[in-house]
Design a binder for this molecule. Structure first.
Ligand code: SAM
Ligand code: SF4
Length: 341
């Protein structure tokens, strides 16, 4: 991949939003495609974007360089499933070279299916930590939740990642009547293998073919259940993200809780999201966005920087997720696989 400059992007001014929050974290969805069809994330017969609408890997790299020049210190690659994007490693290698020169961390969120193939290369390219999504330890249930996923491949992927030296954090979506009974075991599994665990409430995003009000499980309930078996202690640990952390005395491990539906975490928001077509979303839970593809393709770094500044000036104070129970409609019509969670 050609080296992209991170020169003078719109004066390279740092991105401070109208509420005084510095934007330092970019989540980049490199594809909307996926080799799984998790029931809470996608319909089984999803229609994906035509490939010609996607930014090339070179363009994604240039976009990242523009954001690094404007103060982004952490980039997370996500999707869809990032590791199904053809030749993704060329982007990972290019961005990996920036780690330590403005960029502090390059990371990735994955379903784990392709990790056995790519773990070592991720590490060699400069990635040190990854998130792997895992909602159950039961292979049958794993198939039901992911529809197309193979549990043993994901386990092999986690093994390979740890062998390669990657620090793995597990993400589990709490699903009422599906994995609520299992969360203590997932916690023991994660902490037993030296992995942090974060539990996430389901968010109402995108039309699906199942009733999401049925699956919504507030984390206050998960926490109360865990307290029957474990000693939880709130800790001040911070990653600049939405998770609140507790320490579990019995496992000596850390548990993150992300509660978009019951807790407003927006006041500390430091992030923006970009889709694989170059749409910049200033908030996961709002619809306002800025299209950067045309200005990116104009090859004019000043204009690109100005377009980013103009978008950051519109970053909203917070989100407003609600499940519209009467119509079972999501409050945000795009799927999580578009903006990458
Ligand atoms: N495919 C990768 C994966 O599954 O990790 C990366 C993309 S996925 C959209 C990112 C995260 O979003 C995953 O942890 C997934 O469980 C979560 N997610 C997807 N849909 C969600 C929803 N409706 N509510 C809460 N989390 C969701
Ligand atoms: Fe794919 Fe991740 Fe969505 Fe599951 S959660 S369908 S693995 S993008």
């Amino acid at each position: 991949m050609k080296e992209a400059s991170n020169g003078d992007v719109g004066g390279s001014s740092p991105m401070i939003d109208p509420f005084g929050r510095a934007v330092t974290y970019l989540r980049l969805s490199v594809t909307d495609r996926c080799d799984f069809r998790c029931t809470y994330c996608m319909a089984e017969n999803m229609t994906f974007l035509p490939k010609r609408d996607l930014l090339t890997l070179e363009e994604l790299n240039r976009l990242c360089m523009a954001f690094i020049a404007k103060g982004v210190t952490k980039i997370r690659l996500t999707g869809g499933e990032p590791l199904v994007r053809k030749d993704l490693m060329s982007l990972v290698r290019a961005l990996g070279k920036q780690v330590g020169t403005g960029l502090q961390e390059l990371t990735l969120t994955t379903n784990g299916s392709q990790l056995a193939r790519f773990a070592a290369e991720l590490y060699e390219s400069g990635v040190r930590r990854i998130n792997v999504s895992l909602d159950t330890l039961d292979p049958e249930k794993f198939r039901r939740i992911t529809r197309w996923g193979d549990y043993s491949r994901v386990m092999d992927g986690i093994d390979a990642a740890q062998r390669a030296g990657l620090n793995v954090k597990l993400n589990t979506v709490a699903l009422k009547g599906v994995n609520d009974q299992e969360i203590p075991n997932i916690l023991r599994f994660a902490h037993g293998r030296g992995m942090d665990l974060t539990i996430i409430e389901t968010m109402p995003m995108g039309d699906l073919d199942e009733d999401r009000t049925d699956r919504y499980l507030p984390l206050s309930k998960v926490r109360a259940d865990l307290e029957n078996q474990f000693t939880l202690r709130d800790i001040a640990y911070e990653t600049g993200g939405p998770a609140r952390y507790v320490e579990i005395a019995e496992t000596n491990g850390r548990l993150g809780l992300i509660t978009p539906m019951t807790h407003n975490f927006c006041e500390r928001c430091n992030r923006v999201r970009i889709t694989c077509t170059g749409t910049l979303y200033m908030c996961l839970g709002q619809n306002d966005a800025a299209e950067l593809r045309t200005v990116l393709r104009s090859q004019n770094d000043q204009l690109l920087g100005a377009a980013i500044d103009e978008a950051i000036a519109r970053k909203p104070k917070g989100h407003d997720f609600v499940i519209d129970r009467a119509r079972n409609r999501p409050s945000v019509p795009r799927h999580m696989s578009v903006t990458g969670g």
